[in-house]
Design a protein around this ligand. Sequence first.
Ligand SMILES: CCCCCCCC/C=C\CCCCCCCC(=O)SCCNC(=O)CCNC(=O)[C@H](O)C(C)(C)COP(=O)(O)OP(=O)(O)OC[C@H]1O[C@@H](n2cnc3c(N)ncnc32)[C@H](O)[C@@H]1OP(=O)(O)O
Length: 135
Amino acid sequence: MGLRLRVDGDVVRGEVTFDRRQQGAPGIAHGGAVTTVLDDAVASLLVVLETPAVTANIHVDFRAPTLLHHPMTVEARATGRDGRKLHLTARLLDERATVVAEAQALFLAVDLEHFAKGGEALPEAWSGWGANAPG
Ligand SMILES: CCCCCCCC/C=C\CCCCCCCC(=O)SCCNC(=O)CCNC(=O)[C@H](O)C(C)(C)COP(=O)(O)OP(=O)(O)OC[C@H]1O[C@@H](n2cnc3c(N)ncnc32)[C@H](O)[C@@H]1OP(=O)(O)O
């Protein structure tokens, strides 16, 4: 779906245009695909937060149909931290800046070893990730 995300201060912003590969109802993106974009956007905040973490839960409100072939923007920000618990939020907006979906996610900070459970080598860029993390 060509999601592009960038860090802008303490916010993550990005653009995405859904196509037929993410179709649910005719002409409309599947809610699971929308959720993936929101989850990816909040996960990118982990760079800003300098904290390795994983999604524990994500709640999505679908406010309006997310139309295929229409460029959407996504923005994500952190709303709070309580020990290992990171409270993150994201919104998906259409070209008219109407919020079509929004998410509240709980991420839990983990050691980098958590990701080694997949049996794959971790990216070199991740070495030292979390070394300065609070909590
Ligand atoms: C220079 C640096 C450059 C770095 C570049 C970085 C790039 C960054 C971008 C991205 C890459 C990184 C990749 C991010 C990932 C993307 C997002 C995903 O798709 S993640 C995949 C889906 N999620 C999982 O697979 C989790 C599976 N679940 C687990 O592994 C565990 O359940 C885990 C770790 C979430 C929690 O397990 P526990 O054993 O550590 O913790 P417990 O003791 O169960 O809970 C601790 C506290 O949290 C609450 N809690 C746990 N799970 C909860 C839940 N689901 N809902 C509500 N509360 C929950 C508990 O009630 C407890 O709370 P009380 O301390 O008692 O207050």
